[in-house]
Structure formats: structure tokens, C-alpha cells
Ligand binder design. Structure first.
Ligand code: AFP
Length: 341
């Protein structure tokens, strides 16, 4: 009798939430999938781990952002007596430091630096990063993100870095991803074999596979665009917005590219940042905003263009080059393009 009660208890504990399997950690997933990568030497895997580690530190800072203000208001300073730094500068420092330490990266292009940062001549990879995108949303507690693209350098490791190593087209990315600091923190990445998403479990300090093989719906009903600027959009873009309204689509615009993109990838939708009177070539940066998301969109079955040309085929002429950006569900991007934006 005693024996059967114990068995029943054991069964109920096993099926309860506390005994649920914790699933696949990011580390294990990277390790298990290392062979998919054509240069499977482990360095790209290490690089992805370095990014994940830095993102955990940034996540901690982002979650404390409100408290930093409160502490500032009380007049407290850190132990060194330094002034508080802006969170996007801090994020840049965290990612640069993590990537410099690892030694896999020879050069880093960041939204926060005018020129590229020369890290280690022996590194085989070039990384482009927007350490904290949507930073104007920090103060109001709205989701923000980190976006990264990884390229293999063209010249031999050990030699000085050249422009051909840095100015590569998006189609040459070997991996790309983003971290979304939202209601939960997620890391989503691709190495060209589909897209996988991992959710951060703060009490364990680990990312766990939560969204395997992400697929963007071919169609959707969400359009994301800063309509306040519509007076300066082309007739084509204005007509497309009109079309969205006639179709009774839903407008959703956070103003954090990662968050808008992520929602549209899961639910189906289109994000547009077109050319405007102020930004004739669009506002967003090709190298560390659009290329990464275009690579992820395509890997998830979506599409990304500048209104005409595939984003991943655009020649890169300068580090901070801008582009118009149409990204999301394939049929929606095609439909938007049919309006000749
Ligand atoms: P910030 O990092 O300066 O907030 O810019 C964010 C961003 O690059 C992108 O995340 C948004 O989608 C877009 O700009 C918002 O721009 P608008 O405020 O012009 O709509």
C-alpha cells in the first residue's frame, strides 16, 4: 500500500511544473549544431557564446535602468565616483569587451563608433553590431534590442584588416541575430540553417531553446510604419498604407526595430522604414540593422528589400550606409512593392 502511494506521489510530482524538463540550453544547442557550419572549427560557436554572455550583462543593466535614475536622484554615485553612463554606451562597452577578449573577431563595426574597431589581427571574423537599438525607448520602459551580423574576413588572419574584410554584402553573412530585451529577454539567431529563438531564464542565468525553427507566416495583417512622417513618403508608400487600411490591417509601431520585427515574424506582418524628406536614403543602417534582420527574415521564410532590391544584395560602400527597409511576411512585402514605393 505504502509503495503504491509513493508511486502515485512520484508520478504527480513528475508531471508537475517543478519537475518539468528545463530543455535545451543555448550552449548545448550551439555545440550540437556546430557541424552545420562549413568552417566548423568552434570559433564561431565561441563567438556566439561571447555575444550571449555580453547580452546577459546588458540585460542586467537594462533591468536596472529605472533604479539607476532613482539612485541618481538620491545623489549617489558608483564607488569610483563616476557619472552614470548612458545605457547604449555601456552596452557598446560590454559587447566590445566580450568580443575583444574572445580573440575570434578581428574588427568590430558599431553604431556607437565612427570607424571600425581593430580588435585582433588573428581573428577570423568581422562583426557589425547595434549594441542597443531603440534606445530612446529605455527611459519609458519599452522593449529595446541588440542586433548583430557576423562575416568571415576575406584576407588571411594575422595580416592587417582591409576594407574588403569590412565592406561585405549582407549575403556574405555567416551568422546574424538579435537580442530582444522585452517582457522576457530573447536571443534569436541564424547561421544559415533556419532560425531559432532562446528565452533567458534569469534565475538560472541561461538561455533555453523556446522557439525552434521559427517560420514567418507568408501573410499577415499587421503593418508597422511611422505614419507621422507620411507627408514626406512617396506616393507609392502612401498608397500602400491606404491599401492596408482598406484591408482592415492593424497598425503597430513600437519604434524599436527589433521588437517590431520580432512581433511581425511571429504573427505575420510588414515593417517599413521608407525614404523620407529628412532621410532620402532611408534612416536605418544597412550594416548593423537591416542586413542581420534581412538574413533572419529570409531564413524564416520572409522577405526583405529596399522597396526594389533584395537587402542582402546591396553593395556596401561605407560603414554607416543607410537604406530604406521593407521586411516581413513574403506576400506583404511583394504587395507593398507592387505599389512602386
Ligand atoms: P533609436 O535607437 O535612436 O531610438 O532609433 C531606433 C531606430 O533605429 C529603430 O529601432 C526604429 O524602428 C526607428 O529608429 C524608429 O525611428 P522613428 O522614430 O523615426 O520612427
Amino acid at each position: 500500500m505504502q509503495r503504491s502511494i509513493n508511486k502515485a506521489n512520484a508520478t504527480s510530482i513528475e508531471s508537475s511544473r517543478i519537475a518539468q524538463s528545463i530543455g535545451f540550453t543555448l550552449d548545448r544547442f550551439i555545440k550540437n549544431n556546430q557541424d552545420q557550419f562549413q568552417y566548423a572549427s568552434g570559433e564561431l560557436s565561441q563567438l556566439l557564446r561571447d555575444i550571449a554572455l555580453a547580452s546577459k550583462v546588458v540585460n542586467r543593466e537594462v533591468n536596472k535602468a529605472g533604479l539607476i535614475d532613482i539612485m541618481g536622484a538620491l545623489g549617489s554615485q558608483n564607488t569610483a565616483g563616476d557619472n552614470q553612463q548612458k545605457l547604449d554606451v555601456l552596452a557598446n562597452i560590454r559587447f566590445t569587451r566580450a568580443l575583444a577578449k574572445g580573440g575570434e573577431v578581428c574588427a568590430l563595426v558599431s553604431e556607437e563608433s565612427e570607424s571600425f574597431v581593430d580588435l585582433s589581427n588573428d581573428g577570423k571574423y568581422v562583426i557589425a553590431i547595434d549594441p542597443l537599438d531603440g534606445s530612446s525607448n529605455i527611459d519609458v520602459n519599452v522593449s529595446i534590442g541588440t542586433i548583430f551580423s557576423i562575416y568571415r574576413r576575406k584576407t588571411s588572419p594575422g595580416t592587417p584588416i582591409q576594407h574588403i574584410d569590412i565592406l561585405q554584402k549582407g549575403s556574405e553573412q555567416v551568422a546574424a541575430g538579435y537580442v530582444l530585451y522585452g517582457s522576457s529577454t530573447m536571443l534569436v539567431y541564424t547561421t544559415g540553417h533556419g532560425v531559432n529563438g532562446f528565452t533567458y531564464e534569469p534565475s538560472l542565468g541561461e538561455y533555453f531553446l523556446s522557439h525552434p525553427n521559427l517560420n514567418m507566416p507568408d501573410d499577415g495583417k499587421i503593418y508597422s510604419i511611422n505614419e507621422g512622417l507620411s507627408d514626406s513618403f512617396s506616393n507609392g508608400v502612401r498608397s500602400y498604407i491606404q491599401y492596408c487600411k482598406q484591408q482592415r490591417y492593424t497598425a503597430r509601431y513600437i519604434g524599436s526595430l527589433v521588437a517590431d520585427f520580432h512581433r511581425n515574424m511571429l504573427k505575420g506582418g510588414i515593417y517599413i522604414y521608407p525614404a523620407t524628406a529628412k532621410d532620402a536614403n532611408g534612416k536605418l543602417r544597412l550594416m548593423y540593422e537591416c542586413n542581420a534582420l534581412a538574413f533572419i527574415a529570409e531564413q524564416a521564410g520572409g522577405k526583405a528589400t529596399d522597396g526594389k532590391v533584395r537587402i542582402l544584395d546591396i553593395e556596401l560602400k561605407e560603414l554607416h550606409q543607410r537604406t530604406a527597409f521593407f521586411v516581413g511576411s513574403k506576400n506583404m512585402v511583394d504587395q507593398a512593392q507592387s505599389f512602386k514605393p
